[in-house]
Ligand binder design. Structure first.
Ligand SMILES: NC(=O)c1ccc[n+]([C@@H]2O[C@H](COP(=O)([O-])OP(=O)(O)OC[C@H]3O[C@@H](n4cnc5c(N)ncnc54)[C@H](OP(=O)(O)O)[C@@H]3O)[C@@H](O)[C@H]2O)c1
Length: 247
């Protein structure tokens, strides 16, 4: 039997990059996946591919900045597959810039998507996990969230550090064995994340770095699968997965 047979997993930001790779890998390993993002044509195409390959996949158009969209994602998952075992909180943006640029619109956007979006997922999934007697929250954080900030990364790193802090809080509040939490921090990963960068110089620098040293999104997907595949009484708290050659 496939290792994730019977697992029901909802994934935000599944229209590309790490979220798409995660949806494809988990489905190959037997999970039923619900792909969520704003670009409906992208998630529909990926779900179609997964079904063509014999997997189980549904979609839900979600903007994670809207709390009600996460409620709808959880409800859709339960309607479709009867329960929700895992929510992968992956949607994220990185319109990074030096603080001195005062790009306050990007600061707000990163807080809304990276942090508030994650909290909306917690609010939607946690009551259901408790009702079911089990559930697993996985967040894609960043190595930028492991330390203080490097130049231009302050607000992005702050949102990612905050997500890790919320994970830690959830873990300390979940000693009844019901909710598992896993924070996965990738280094440079070959995705479209640079497209969310508004400063053209920074965007080009990050693209160059990604071209020079990066791992494929499937490497992060394997870390997600590893955490989910553990027995219910085993919690993988944190995984850092980065290119061997990344400083
Ligand atoms: N690539 C890296 O080097 C790297 C390193 C560390 C951490 N990460 C993290 O990995 C996660 C995935 O990023 P990625 O690298 O795979 O980048 P990506 O290819 O740009 O994917 C980002 C995903 O987030 C979704 N998204 C953005 N805003 C959203 C919103 N408001 N509501 C719903 N979905 C939204 C996008 O879908 P739609 O546009 O269709 O909504 C897309 O599917 C992010 O949290 C990122 O911070 C990436």
């Amino acid at each position: 039997m496939l290792p994730l047979h019977g697992k029901i997993v909802a994934i935000t930001g599944a229209s590309g990059g790490i979220g798409e790779a995660t949806a494809r890998l988990l489905a190959q390993r037997g999970a039923a996946v619900v792909l969520a993002a704003r670009r409906s044509e992208r998630i529909d195409a990926v779900a179609h591919d997964i079904r063509e390959e014999g997997g189980r996949a549904a979609t839900c158009v979600v903007d994670v900045t809207r709390a009600e969209d996460l409620q709808r994602l959880v409800a859709t998952t339960i309607d479709r597959y009867g329960r929700i075992d895992v929510l992968v909180n992956n949607a994220g943006i990185a319109p990074i810039s030096p603080l001195a640029d005062f790009d306050t619109a990007s600061w707000s956007a990163m807080i809304d998507v990276n942090l508030r979006g994650m909290l909306h997922g917690v609010a939607a999934a946690l009551p259901v996990f408790r009702e079911q007697g089990s559930g697993h929250l996985v967040s894609i954080v960043s190595v930028a969230g492991l330390y203080g900030a490097s130049p231009a990364m302050a607000v992005y790193a702050a949102t990612k550090n905050a997500v890790r802090t919320v994970h830690e809080g959830l873990r300390t509040e979940s000693t009844d064995g019901v909710v598992r939490t896993t924070a996965i921090s990738p280094g440079y990963t070959r995705t479209d994340l640079a497209n969310s960068m508004t400063d053209p110089h920074i965007r080009e620098r990050i693209r160059k770095n990604m071209d020079a040293v990066s791992i494929p999104p499937a490497a992060v997907a394997r870390a997600v699968a590893f955490a989910i595949e553990q027995p219910d009484d085993v919690e993988i708290g944190e995984i850092n997965v980065r290119p061997t050659a990344q400083a």
